[in-house]
Design a protein around this ligand. Sequence first.
Ligand code: NDP
Length: 282
Amino acid sequence: KVLVASVCVAYVAVKWTAPRFNAESLRGARVLVTGASSGIGEQMAYHYARFGAQIVITARREKVLQQVAEKCLSLGAQKALYIAANMGNESDPDKVVDFAVEKLGGLDYLVLNHIGSTSFGMWDEDVEHIRSLFKVNFFSYVQMAKRALNALEQSKGSVVVVSSLAGKMPNPFTAPYTSTKFALNGFFGVLQHELSMKKSNVSISICTLGLIDTESAMRKVRGVIDAPAYPATEAALNIIITGATRQPELYYPWFTYIMTLTKDWFPSVTNYVVQSTYKYKP
Ligand code: NDP
């Protein structure tokens, strides 16, 4: 109990001393959001629009992107442009960054959020699927960050990486997805160190999310996982604030922070709690 209480106190202290968010700082900000045709990415596009940002959104479905961009303009975005791209293709990540930098005249925020589709269930031993998921969920993130780094250095900009609790602790039924999120946390965690050691202008924020009520996530877990899902619009706003205040990490909802700590202190209890949220009969 004492341990849990001290973790909670530490968490509240960290939150209390976090820099204050100034919504005005996003007016006119030049933002690229990936995976913005649905879910959390779409909600981020709408929040940035309400803050008066200039946005480029990307995903594969051009028609849907067009509709999201139109809504962004109606919500107050100074600019809302879109570019269809498949992050599984080798040249598309560079193409998207170049488009955003050219059309916006630079870049302040690179928000990496997209994920490729994957099944939810026991690992089916499909190695090729893991290889191709890594292209979308990991290598394209690395490639886009590299391509955008110059522009971000010039603007004192930020890379915002949308990751998951699955990138901190393994959860059943998500082997390919979890592998890519662990890789992201590893790579961008190292980059955080190195940019700081080089006294770089660029900040990196890594966002750890728990279960969020997006359509794609709910479709997978419905009837299998017995755990609360948190609103995508609130998750999106928390991610944006984390990037805008240049904080290195976000944990949303708050208890994901406790879970990442206690998994190492009490592994068997954590494993029991995780497995008992799954409805599975062998
Ligand atoms: P969605 O499935 O709703 O959205 C995924 C987005 O990625 C869509 O815009 C999709 O658009 C795009 N996308 C898919 N494949 C490709 C591709 N090959 N190339 C380019 N774009 C692609 O995801 P969520 O909103 O649920 O998740 C967003 C982020 O939040 C992810 O990084 C996820 O890991 C993280 N997260 C989500 C949680 C949740 O419970 N929802 C929990 C923890 C983390 P299109 O089909 O048009 O290409």
